[in-house]
Ligand binder design. Sequence first.
Ligand SMILES: Cc1cc2nc3c(=O)[nH]c(=O)nc-3n(C[C@H](O)[C@H](O)[C@H](O)COP(=O)(O)OP(=O)(O)OC[C@H]3O[C@@H](n4cnc5c(N)ncnc54)[C@H](O)[C@@H]3O)c2cc1C
Length: 243
Amino acid sequence: MLGKMGLKPFSIYEITELTHGEPDSPRIVSFKMRPVDGQRFDFVPGMFSSLFLKPEDKLFRSYSIASSPNEDYMEFMIEMINGKFTSLLANLKVGDEIYVSEPRGAFTYQPDSQHSDLFLAAGIGIAPFFSMLRFLRSRNLKRNIYLFYSIKHKEDIVNSSELQSYEDIGLKLVYTVTRDHGDNNWNGERGRINMQMIKNHVEDFASSTVYLCGGIKFVKDIVEELKSEGIKDEQIKRDIWGE
Ligand SMILES: Cc1cc2nc3c(=O)[nH]c(=O)nc-3n(C[C@H](O)[C@H](O)[C@H](O)COP(=O)(O)OP(=O)(O)OC[C@H]3O[C@@H](n4cnc5c(N)ncnc54)[C@H](O)[C@@H]3O)c2cc1C
């Protein structure tokens, strides 16, 4: 079945750690897993794998890899929305096995030492950026990176202290909340990520490479705005996650 679906090769992984995001972002669960045969897939930060529970299953979903390629495990950050697949993932325990397809995708990170990188994430679209930032840290590479991270509420920020720690390697964090308009204790931006917000924070935005990850509307709207500011298609890398 998997061969016919073009998903081979795949490997059996064992879940070794499950971390629920509570008290913050309670719907996000981090799944860490190790290959049963000890041969972890190679990948470039930004790639994704498909996960499925049984090799004969037709049901699978794709997830961005959140861990760095230098680790001996793979980590996925999954928003448990109680959909067809996430409701099955919710039953998994440490020690259970899961099938992981070979990583793929064109949303790969090439650190740029000349210009700023712009990372634009909506919601759980933050996952592949963890892989990129963890990779930079593992190599001790400093880069000029602006991460614009849009969440509905400030409590939805995933691993905020880890994100803050990347300021050491050149990360500038810009959070924006799309729902908490009345919160007087919020110092970040408000509303969806847009061109004006980017211009307010990034001087050399016109020469940046832009990495975008989130739902189709988020990606389409921003790409249009970026292009109307003269940013060329080849400067924009996008990972679109369905609707
Ligand atoms: C390349 C790629 C990488 C992805 N990486 C991740 C990742 O790292 N983490 C992650 O959580 N998801 C990721 N997704 C989304 C994931 O593949 C599933 O679509 C998601 O987990 C929902 O699956 P489901 O079967 O539970 O929901 P379904 O039963 O298939 O869908 C239920 C409905 O919920 C919508 N939906 C999907 N995701 C969300 C969401 N986060 N919030 C609100 N509505 C949603 C769907 O569009 C659909 O309308 C990625 C998708 C792609 C294509």
